[in-house]
Design a protein around this ligand. Sequence first.
Ligand code: AMP
Length: 399
Amino acid sequence: MKSIKDVNFKGKKVLVRVDFNVPLDEHKHITDDTRICEAVPTINKLVADGAKIILIAHLGRPKKNGFDEEFSLKPIADYLEKLLDKKVIFIQKLLGEEVEHIINNMKDGDIFLLENIRFYPEETKGDEAFAKKIAALGECYINDAFGSSHRLHCSTAVIAKFFPNDRYFGFLMEYEVKNLNRLMRESKKPFTAIIGGSKISSKIKILESLLDIADNILIGGGMVFTFLKAQGKEIGKSLCEDDCMQVADNLMKKAKIKRVKVFLPIDVVEAEKFDNNAIRKEVSVDKINSQYMGMDIGEKTAKIYFDVIAESKTILWNGPMGVFEMSNFRMGTKAMAEAIAEATANGAFSTVGGGDSVAAINMFGFADKVSFISTGGGAMLEYVENGTLPGIDAINENR
Ligand code: AMP
């Protein structure tokens, strides 16, 4: 990886793609700042060098063509300024004369955050002409946006071609890749993957890939019910992707052939409705009420999963076991966090990735009790699947 470690960027206009796509509450308060904090080492190195730092980032999925207050990076600029204790220039624009004027007048060590790049639909289309316009704002390009590097977008990949000799990986990218390579290439057995979340359709590729790496796969979250329905069980009003039942069934068959143990819950917490105060019951997966919905794994399942994790030497976790945002349905997710912390204390190498799992690990206070927290959800899973990402290839190409 072409690192920034040995390069001095003094006086250079450096475009840095960062991943500031963080969760915000209704008052625009950042509820998890992990991604912003993880970008700080690269920014600090550039400040110390005396570079002119131009940050490129996105927030959410704006649908309007053009500026949309709801997705402005303004709250992020304010937050970053406090975090760094340093002025962050921000003007709610990305291109144009005003932006160029600011860049031409930046002093060494100045930081300028450009407005949400997704206000231009060209960004996600990977439009080359747009990438060229963005590239023209700087003299070097650094990709430090691991969490967005699975996208073949202008600022995460296409732009790199305009800097054939001046494109680099930031410290966060290096750190992520080093840890994920360790997870995949030097993993000690047993390797246990804990996969949860709402949908099987978004996790099927990683589940298939894990059949070649893992010894145990523990399944939780809403996707459980597609597996259970495929087995002919009553799942009531639980989340289900009917068009994925065959996929779920095939996965179980492949796992048997590959001798990978795939665990499904034996009991669940069911509720009358999708509400923290709804009537709730713990039932066997054979006794789900046709009028109820499954909201979490049950105590017996949590115990089984806990014991598998405790015996593991390598652990990968992505996706909550239940609706952990509601206090009455977070027992399973909390149990997984506890089990991972315990296994890590006993020498296991553990990796947690994905917005919800990281939020859960932080919520339960275990962030410093796991080996590695990835800033990527989709990016982490895709790296584990393919061993690379479009944003990594773009920097390494034709070297
Ligand atoms: P994903 O974005 O696919 O990783 O899914 C994360 C979301 O799945 C979280 O917001 C959870 O609340 C939700 N979730 C987990 N378990 C369930 C469940 N049993 N029913 C409905 N939603 C769930």
